[in-house]
Design a binder for this molecule. Structure first.
Ligand SMILES: [Zn+2]
Length: 653
């Protein structure tokens, strides 16, 4: 879509657009920010509360105890002592990786999102202390990268170059650090109104502008995210240079580099997801941002092709991506082994990318993938207790292997600790994915207990959802416009409710006929079929109007595409958006020899007191005499080490 098309559609459309006139183009579908939508109960409130009360303090403590904050102090100390005359003073970094700075940035970002929803003077004071230590480590010209600053005469780590930036296309992560810094700085500014960290960001961005802004020093960031960070700086400052820099970094990629970090082709020529999956998904998210803000259709066209490749050939049933442990990378088409890697960060980056694809296109299938990932491949990354984590998220486990970065089972923290603070920031801001607005239409993308507010064609509208989703399919959405107003409500009907687990032929239900859903307004059923995944209701809405959405939630048997070796002769179970697994724990016997034929009876059973409150599946008529219990995949390994599998032998030929 060109910016001209967007502008003209604005002119004919609505008051909302006129209010926005004068600002640059952005996504045509605008998310209702998480700060305007509060999770009020149910499934996600439980998890957000654990995130706020357990994960956030735990992650802050881990950052402090592991030396990640000390890195900033040592960088500052080195600068001071050298300025005072100790010309050879330098320190060896006490932590493992030059990207350790980003764990602190992501923790600040996550904590800032928590502060946005709930004031907490103690937490804010603690973060202010962190920010002062970070600011003190920034060099006078804006450079901020503790591993070089504390060891300036020679590289203090093998990934760090002799000169600034020169090893960034490989592994120095200088620009990766900058990207997470910007995301944190913007988050903290928006949460508190304090410019302290934002000013550090802008001083750093000025340096990037001096070094890269004219495009002469072409450098492709080795680990993408600075593109998204710069876009956030642009949105908050409206300084065009930051958007331009994001584009400069995108356009510096390829051709002729390694696939590992997507430098093999120019980004606009890429059509397949390759290489390190977190890097890849951050890149595609950055391309979506720049496509939205510049109207450059080439980025959009490329990421649509790449997305088709992922959804059609490289997506796990759990919404995880990045099958290979080696290089934490996407595999080839249909390379989806049961013990695939599926880094938690790759799932989070996939959610970011899919949300952006929706914001570009208004198509619900992107939110379908988002939903699959959030309930399965993402949520499995954190324990029910909130303080144990998975880095990889395989769909089968032998109960023994130390596959979690040296740990067997969930771990409290990692030497490379990218995943826990990434989970924390995503959970804290999850309600930002629930709703979106375009012109005179409100999009409902996610089902959870919440109370929110949006402006639709100039009218303030309060939305309240009550539901027991994902355990039950009934959702009541109540709308209260400030005055009666005519607008369009678009309600997402997930593909799983329409008989397809994913928007491709990668997986299929063996029993699609049992699906069903119903939407009604004030008791009257809406007959419309979904268009791009949405049922639309246009009417004059009045205070308290209720929309009831009812998805039937039968248990589904899922088959994998014949090209996936690991799923042949096997079946997976899911109900609603939740994928199940069988874990050899509790009263369940050995997994070896377990066969679940098509004749097995499978019954959902709510168990509010089990694994944080879940609905399990009771399987009768398997090859094992006693009933077997399947649990939600996301809740595995909360009962000690045990074998687990998602794909169960079905006994068929
Ligand atoms: Zn990670």
């Amino acid at each position: 879509m060109s910016p001209i098309v967007r502008r003209s559609s604005c002119l004919v459309a609505s008051l909302g657009c006129l209010v926005a006139a004068g600002f640059a183009a952005d996504y045509p579908y605008q998310p209702v920010p998480f700060t305007a939508v509060k999770v009020t109960g149910g499934f996600w409130q439980t998890r957000q509360e654990i995130n706020r009360t357990v994960t956030v303090p735990f992650a802050l403590q881990q950052c402090e105890e592991s030396g990640r904050l000390k890195n900033f102090d040592l960088a500052a100390e080195t600068m001071h002592r050298r300025a005072a005359g100790e010309e050879h003073f330098q320190t060896v970094p006490p932590t493992l990786y030059p990207f350790d700075d980003t764990d602190a940035y992501k923790a600040i970002e996550g904590a800032a999102y928590v502060l946005s929803m709930q004031k907490d003077a103690t937490l804010e004071k603690r973060l202010d202390g962190w920010i002062a230590r970070i600011a003190a480590a920034q060099e006078p010209d804006g450079y901020l990268y503790t591993f070089r600053t504390m060891h300036p005469d020679s590289p203090g780590h093998k990934w760090v170059g002799e000169k600034r930036w020169e090893k960034d296309p490989e592994l120095s992560h200088e620009l990766y650090d900058a990207g997470h810094l910007y995301e944190a700085g913007v988050a903290y500014f928006q949460a508190t109104g304090k410019r302290s960290l934002l000013d550090v960001c802008l001083k750093n961005a000025e340096l990037l502008w001096r070094d890269f802004g004219d495009g002469k020093y072409r450098l492709a960031p080795g680990h993408e995210i600075v593109e998204m960070g710069l876009v956030k700086l642009y949105r908050v400052t409206r300084d065009q240079r930051w958007l331009k820099l994001a584009q400069v970094f995108l356009d510096a990629r390829g051709p002729g580099g390694p696939e590992y970090n997507q430098r093999h082709k120019r980004v606009v020529d890429q059509d397949e997801a390759v290489g390190h999956a977190v890097r890849a998904n951050y890149l595609y998210s950055g391309m979506a941002d720049v496509a939205a803000l510049t109207g450059d259709e080439r980025y959009e066209s490329a990421i649509k092709k790449i997305w088709n490749n992922v959804a059609g050939k490289k997506l796990y049933l759990t919404g995880g991506v990045g099958a290979r442990t080696n290089g934490e990378a996407y595999g080839t088409d249909y390379e989806l082994p049961a013990d695939g890697y599926n880094e938690t960060c790759a799932a989070i980056a996939l959610m970011m990318w899919n949300h952006r694809m929706f914001l570009l296109t208004g198509d619900a299938r992107y939110m379908d993938v988002f939903e699959r990932t959030v309930f399965n491949g993402f949520l499995g990354g954190v324990s029910v207790s909130g303080d144990r984590f998975f880095y990889p998220n395989p769909l089968a486990y032998d109960g023994v292997k130390k596959n979690n970065h040296g740990f067997a089972g969930r771990a409290p923290w990692f030497g490379c600790a990218c995943c826990p603070p990434n989970l924390m920031r995503t959970l804290a801001s999850l309600s930002g994915y629930f709703y979106a607005v375009r012109d005179d239409a409100l999009y409902v993308n996610f089902y959870a207990d919440n109370a929110g507010e949006a402006t639709i064609a100039g009218t303030r509208v309060a939305m309240v959802q009550t539901t027991d989703y994902p355990w039950q399919g009934k959702v009541r959405l109540t709308l209260t416009p400030s005055t009666p107003a005519r607008f369009i409500l678009r309600v997402r009907i997930p593909e799983w409710a329409q008989g397809k687990p994913v928007p491709s032929d990668l997986y299929a239900y063996e029993d699609a006929a049992r699906n069903g859903w119903k939407v009604s307004v004030a008791g009257a059923e809406v007959a419309a079929a979904p268009d791009h995944g949405y049922v639309s209701i246009t009417r004059e809405w009045r205070a308290g109007d209720a929309v009831d959405i009812d998805f039937s939630m039968p248990v589904h048997r899922v088959a994998g595409n014949v090209h996936i070796a690991a799923t042949r002769g096997r079946v997976a179970l899911e109900r609603g958006p939740v994928v199940y697994c069988v874990e050899e724990a509790g009263h369940n016997g050995p997994l070896a020899g377990l066969v679940v034929p098509a004749t097995a009876g499978i019954t959902p059973e709510p168990q509010p007191g089990f694994l944080g409150g879940v609905t399990v599946l009771s399987i009768n008529g398997s090859s094992v005499a006693a009933p077997v219990t399947a649990i939600p995949y996301f809740s595995w390994n909360n009962r000690g080490l045990a074998p687990m599998t998602v794909w169960l032998p079905d006994g068929a030929k």
